[in-house]
Design a protein around this ligand. Sequence first.
Ligand SMILES: Cc1cc2nc3c(=O)[nH]c(=O)nc-3n(C[C@H](O)[C@H](O)[C@H](O)COP(=O)(O)OP(=O)(O)OC[C@H]3O[C@@H](n4cnc5c(N)ncnc54)[C@H](O)[C@@H]3O)c2cc1C
Length: 510
Amino acid sequence: MNRGIARKLPDGWILWQRNLCSGAASRSSSAVSTTQLNIHECKENQSFTTNVHPYDIAIVGGGMVGMSLACSLATKLLTKHLSVAIIDSNPALGHKLSIKNEDPPDPRVSTVTPTSISFLKDVGAWQYVQQHRYAYFDKMQVWDYTGLGYTKYDARDVNKENLGCVVENKVLHGSLLARIEDTDFQKTIYHSRLASMSLCSSSSSSGLGKASSMEAMYARGDLAKLELSDGSSLYAKLVVGADGSKSQVRELAGFKTTGWNYSQNAVICTVEHLVENRCAWQRFLPSGPIALLPMGDRFSNIVWTMSPKESSDHKTMNEDDFVKAVNHALDYGYGPHPKPSVLDIADLFSWPRRNVTLSTNQSFEIPPKVVKLASSRMVFPLSLKHANHYASKRTVLIGDAAHSVHPLAGQGVNLGFGDASSLSKIIAEGIAIGTDIGEISLLKKYEAERKPSNVSMMAILDGFQKAYSVDFGPLNIVRAAALHAAHHIPPLKRSIIQYASGEQRLPLFS
Ligand SMILES: Cc1cc2nc3c(=O)[nH]c(=O)nc-3n(C[C@H](O)[C@H](O)[C@H](O)COP(=O)(O)OP(=O)(O)OC[C@H]3O[C@@H](n4cnc5c(N)ncnc54)[C@H](O)[C@@H]3O)c2cc1C
């Protein structure tokens, strides 16, 4: 029997043995030092413990991105008949969304862009989000602790009603699940985890002719085989890795990655004000940005980037001290409030004033004061990771499995929704012309569509992270000038807003 095994090594690493019937896969990068490739020739007379029917698609990882792909497939004319397995041990997949609106919001939230909202409306999930708490925002203010610069954005600068919406992750996830449940989609949820994955190269089988048994299809390379941690196994024409930044699919399929740790953690929590907050605020501090995002009612979400030592101090300090630290960080601490004329460079940007945006004349504002901590504090380590390729035969990566980014601009899940939208469209196109949906030529179209936009967003976020991690006089002036430019040059301002909203253009002059 051709089976993947896990063994504990003396130093605590798990050794995964991957069963590959093809020699085509290459050894993957650093993260894959735990993976041992075990290459076999496929034999016609292999025996299998599980005899199940093959799925069209196996989605490994039923997080927000995996579920958005399932939802998109469930609602497209050409894909809604597909049989889909979703593999994830997350108990939320077995429950209906039940959130009381009077409960304080969960600290795990996402800022979803107007483009993602359109996608969620198209797949029919947004109506479920609207039954819960969500908060649109139409204004944003970004400033620097040096007091040298600030910029403001207003949705009306680009003739939009809002710049985005803040939604709890569990609401997004539960809404996608609820939408799928309301369709006739043939999905099977496996409450388990992927343990091993194998694929035969078509050249390694002989004498199978047109036999259509599952074993014969597998031996011909027409199906991938997945073995799960509960001992069950299944076959699928296409395996989608939606299993997050530590993706097992990515590792087992041998996709190399590029990336680094930021040596920064994000502290997140919900806080309460005396008045409702309607703006998204972000201030760059010496150790990283702090964001205050509106959550509806009088709640806001905090995403505060800092060193690992500071994050553990801020997680454990008493609540009053934490609230003081937040107000210090968002208002009077670290440096003065910016004044429009502080650099005397506003006049440099006066040439485009004929075409002034609404927000150009808006002055700096102090964010609403935080009066109470309204949730537990959670800490997440931050890193950048990008898979060098997203597609190989019968395997494709989406969401954080393909790319994980710094949360400073709240783009991670938005990029993932973009992947899901693109992949479901390309699968539908493949079905329309009768192509095997696991064919690499088809899957490479998805990679070609998504990789450039994901890479450019990652580069911009990484550049921001680096530019703001240095406290050095001349660099502070350059950063301030950049904020002034972003505030005073209307075409640049509009491009930035449109790019951050999810439109596929770089923030250059339009
Ligand atoms: C502090 C912070 C704030 C953020 N804020 C924002 C924001 O405002 N806006 C935004 O767009 N993004 C934001 N992000 C990023 C966003 O949360 C992620 O991009 C998003 O959660 C990725 O979703 P995913 O479904 O790809 O992966 P995940 O959410 O990681 O889901 C992966 C799923 O795969 C499952 N899984 C893992 N391994 C296996 C296995 N072997 N077998 C089966 N299942 C498996 C897991 O159980 C999980 O359910 C933020 C991130 C952080 C850390």
